[in-house]
Design a protein around this ligand. Structure first.
Ligand SMILES: *[C@@H]1O[C@H](CO)[C@@H](O)[C@H](O)[C@H]1NC(C)=O
Ligand SMILES: *[C@@H]1O[C@H](CO)[C@@H](O)[C@H](O)[C@H]1NC(C)=O
Ligand SMILES: *[C@@H]1O[C@H](CO)[C@@H](O)[C@H](O)[C@H]1NC(C)=O
Ligand SMILES: *[C@@H]1O[C@H](CO)[C@@H](O)[C@H](O)[C@H]1NC(C)=O
Ligand SMILES: *[C@@H]1O[C@H](CO)[C@@H](O)[C@H](O)[C@H]1NC(C)=O
Length: 518
């Protein structure tokens, strides 16, 4: 008699814990016809974060500095002198965060591994306390299903780990040793680090990415210097050193070789026994020609080549896009025959991070400007047409809500790159950091954003695009690079003083849309 009673009490407690603050019938949670049935049966839904943005514990358990720790230590550089030293402290609160993912019905979590937490000096001595952290994180994700099953009798499931090896945060030691991504030695050092992660975690992690947004690393790190390591030349930015005309291309070339070398290690040593999949995460803005004139069409195509093609073209076809070769000429490095062999075909899956779209127009090159990556595009960015903005704005200056841009971006990858296996690996929008509870929880604009973008994603799948998953950015409000804590991308509100997490309306929207009960 007592056991059934105990189960009943536990069951009711579990139900109460999952109680919606918003009624599922509420029109604000309208899923717009979306449900788990909208996509193929094994379609994966998750949320994404990155190590520097959520972990905190920057000086704990032997972690070494990354280039972002050092970059943000410049007084007065970052808004409110913010940094990721504590951020949302996932290093200590990962269980609470994974519990939340399970409660919201997500299937997967994309996190990144901090290279300098594993190898504080970039290479050499292993920091075993850092290694142990990712073991705890991964193991807890995989146990999650059993726990839920025991309490609530729903069918067993777990949070599937999607591990990314690098999200902007290069160990500072390597920056000092050989200028980081500019030094060819980084290719071997990255492959060794990747190899170590496959060996340590590959028995449980079956989904790997080498890099998140290497284009952002190369462009913002070396063309305008807005991101670490902040190298550039005049007039493209105010840096102490750099060359905007050459360094972005050298950094990107080494990033591609790092990626390819890591994939080669995985395929040769681990893939057969571990049976996983490896790929890369690329950011892609949809570039729509401002007018139907030929010159704007070409401008938009150049933009797509310089943005996505810079990385995806070598990975699929073994060379940089012809537009880039013609414009950048001998400032663009070349792949040797041996390099082409490891670069071409070096992804089982392509992650596309897609948030927004811009209009593109042709501009005449100013021949007296010194060379620079962005300048090489020979385009003008336009955000409205006939006085009508391309879409409603989020908080970030670059983020317009343009759901049809996602549709066009995915269909473009499908058509131009042979319909590779794709994951929509980041998508979301931000609110200003100063919103508070309860107003900040009613993120109606974000609900609309997710609904309309996922409807467009469904359309691409219905039309044959090989998209196998979707990840929202982000699970939580967190540290947003150059905006610090003044931008909130989370579906969960974080009080940055107490670090208390409170799901927003958009979190409940996902919970409802991803419900497994019919
Ligand atoms: C940031 O740090 C600089 C240098 O310590 C200081 O002058 C400035 O007031 C700080 N800014 C804020 C918003 O705290
Ligand atoms: C870091 O690595 C470099 C290069 O291998 C080495 O010279 C240096 O002694 C190492 N530093 C520490 C603290 O291990
Ligand atoms: C460089 O600094 C000067 C002076 O502060 C400023 O006017 C200019 O806009 C800056 N240039 C860039 C590209 O940030
Ligand atoms: C072309 O670039 C040079 C060098 O930056 C600058 O001085 C000049 O004003 C530019 N001309 C035009 C038409 O923008
Ligand atoms: C919050 O920030 C936004 C954008 O920076 C500003 O327009 C608004 O006035 C601020 N609101 C409050 C309550 O401070």
């Amino acid at each position: 008699m007592r056991w059934p009673l105990l189960f009943l009490v536990l069951y009711l407690l579990a139900l109460a814990d999952g109680q919606l603050e918003f009624s599922p019938e509420s029109t604000e949670l309208d899923t717009g016809g979306l449900s788990r049935d909208s996509f193929p049966k094994d379609f994966i839904y998750g949320t994404a974060t990155s190590a520097y943005q959520v972990e905190g514990a920057a000086h704990q358990d032997g972690r070494g500095d990354s280039i972002w720790d050092v970059f943000l230590r410049q007084p007065g550089l970052e808004v409110n002198n913010a940094s990721g030293e504590v951020t949302v402290d996932q290093y200590h609160r990962y269980k609470e965060d994974i519990d939340l993912m399970a409660k919201l019905n997500f299937d997967a979590y994309r996190f990144s591994i901090s290279w300098s937490r594993i190898f504080p000096n970039g290479t050499g001595k292993v920091n075993w306390k850092g290694v142990a952290y990712y073991d705890r994180l991964i193991n807890y994700m995989l146990q999650k299903g059993m726990f839920i099953n025991y309490l609530t009798f729903v069918s067993p499931f777990c949070i599937t780990p999607y591990a990314n090896l690098n999200h902007y945060d290069l160990p500072q030691a390597l920056q000092e040793r050989y200028n980081g991504w500019l030094g060819r030695q980084v290719v071997k050092d990255f492959a060794d680090y990747a190899d170590f992660c496959f060996k340590m975690y590959g028995d449980r992690v079956k989904n790997w990415f080498t890099f998140n947004e290497p284009r952002v690393v190369a462009a913002l790190g070396y063309d305008n210097g807005y991101f670490a390591p902040s190298r550039c030349s005049q007039p493209y930015g105010n840096c102490t050193a750099g060359d905007s005309g050459t360094e972005p291309y050298v950094a990107a070339h080494n990033l591609i070789l790092c990626h390819a070398s890591a994939v080669q290690r995985y395929r040769e040593k681990y893939q057969k026994s571990q049976k996983g999949r490896i790929g890369i995460l690329l950011d892609f803005v949809w570039y729509e020609p401002l007018t139907r004139g030929k010159s704007d069409e070409y401008a938009a195509q150049r933009a797509r080549d310089f943005h996505l093609g810079w990385f995806l073209h070598p990975i699929v076809y073994g060379e940089y896009p012809k537009t880039m070769q013609n414009i950048v000429k001998d400032r663009l490095p070349k792949f040797t025959k041996e390099e082409v062999n490891i670069v071409k075909g070096s992804a089982d899956v392509i992650g596309i991070n897609q948030y927004t779209a811009f209009y593109m127009q042709h501009v005449t090159v100013n021949k007296s400007m010194p060379p620079g990556y962005q300048n090489d595009w020979q385009v003008g960015f336009v955000y409205e047409k006939n006085g009508v903005p391309i879409g409603p704005k989020a908080y970030s200056y670059w983020l317009y809500e343009v759901p049809w841009g996602l549709y066009k971006a995915i269909m473009y990858v499908k058509e131009r790159y042979g319909n590779p296996t794709m994951i929509l690996a980041e998508n979301g929008m931000d609110q200003p950091g100063n919103v508070t509870i309860p107003d900040g929880l009613k993120d109606t604009q974000r609900v609309n954003y997710y609904r309309s973008y996922i409807q467009q994603l469904k359309k691409t799948v219905d039309e044959g695009a090989n998209v196998i998953g979707y990840f929202a950015w982000s699970l939580l409000d967190n540290f947003e690079w150059r905006l610090g804590y003044t931008s909130r991308f989370g579906i969960t509100f974080v009080d940055f003083k107490t670090l208390k997490r409170t799901p927003k309306m958009s979190a409940y929207w996902f919970q409802k849309m991803l419900s497994r009960k019919h």
